[in-house]
Design a protein around this ligand. Structure first.
Ligand code: AMP
Length: 301
């Protein structure tokens, strides 16, 4: 594995690969790698000849009160894990490489529009503008055939997929299922911040989402009622969690649903344990046959 900091070196590595007819996969990350990141690499490894991973803690996606400075970083450990995981090129640019003259100089942004109005976008103003902009830069720098993102960041996946489409990036955006600890907690670099008691309570994020899944599977079609059940379980099982949101949303637009209909429904949440913000979500498939049965049952009531 080669670790590259300089853009010209990255571009020359990518150019040689392309000239040799190799396909290129990109896995963008903020580092402090875990099995979630490495699963994206595995998928890229299976589908592409050259796997490029970027590690860049992007200042423009953090709000002024957020954890940019404290975000966990360990490049030596990441280099080891990335190499073991099958990364060919590890790109670790500094801020001046990604933002000429510094991030304060950025004038032209990729705006995610109404896709950022709800869920995390509602409580993190400008977060997705920062994400979309840095991913667009990485797309231009690496020019991959495919890029890999986690379902864990559901709204990010929606926005990047839509950005690729709306801005005509000739790149396939792949979204990979969330990797979890054995007790259900979604892997996240931020989990290291959790104190022991918080770590125990954090299991409630996934069990609360499963409560939501059950409610939908048992025929609940009012999204607000599903949200109430999820919230109820969270406040019972994770009393120290400060709940940011629980939302039943459309999987393709990340917009809250008015009514649950056939298709894929996203149930998403975010909570704080002290200053640590955790997110999680599940996708619930509602098929039209189940809906018809539910409607019949409702009509007979
Ligand atoms: P991050 O370093 O947190 O910005 O994450 C980099 C990429 O890894 C993003 O596309 C995330 O959605 C993805 N990712 C993070 N955690 C997980 C996980 N537990 N399972 C699958 N993908 C993940």
């Amino acid at each position: 594995m080669r670790t590259l900091q300089v853009l010209a070196d990255l571009q020359s590595a990518v150019r040689s690969a392309r000239c040799a007819g190799s396909s290129i996969g990109l896995v963008p990350t903020m580092g402090y790698l875990h099995q979630g990141h490495l699963t994206l690499v595995e998928r890229a490894r299976a589908e592409c000849d050259l796997v490029v991973m970027s590690i860049f803690v992007n200042p423009t996606q953090f709000g002024p009160q957020e954890d940019f400075v404290l975000y966990p970083r360990d490049l030596e450990r990441d280099r080891y894990l990335a190499a073991e995981g099958g990364v060919d090129v590890l790109f670790v640019p500094d801020v001046d490489t990604m933002y000429l003259g510094g991030s304060g100089e950025q004038q032209v942004w990729v705006e995610p529009g109404s896709l950022a109005d709800h869920l995390c976008g509602a409580s993190r103003p400008n977060h997705f503008r920062g994400v979309a902009t840095v991913v667009a830069k990485l797309f231009n720098m690496v020019q991959p055939d495919r890029a890999y993102f986690g379902q864990k960041d559901a709204q990010q996946a929606v926005i990047i997929g839509r950005m690729a489409r709306d801005l005509s990036f000739p790149i396939e955006v792949r979204v990979i299922a969330t990797v979890r600890e054995s007790d259900g907690l979604a892997l996240s670099s931020r989990n290291v911040y959790l104190r022991a008691g918080e770590r125990q309570q954090a299991v409630a994020l996934s069990t609360a989402l499963e409560r939501g899944r059950k409610a939908i599977e048992h025929g609940e079609r009012d999204p607000r009622k599903v949200e109430q059940q999820v919230l109820g379980h969270l406040s019972e099982s994770a009393p120290e969690a400060d709940i940011d949101y629980v939302t039943v949303a459309d999987l393709n637009s990340a917009k809250p649903l008015e009514r649950i209909r056939a298709g894929n429904v996203l149930v998403a949440l975010a909570v704080f344990f002290d200053r640590t913000r955790l997110i999680d979500n599940i996708i619930v498939r509602v098929d039209s046959a189940a809906l018809q049965t539910d409607e019949k049952a409702a009509a007979q009531r």
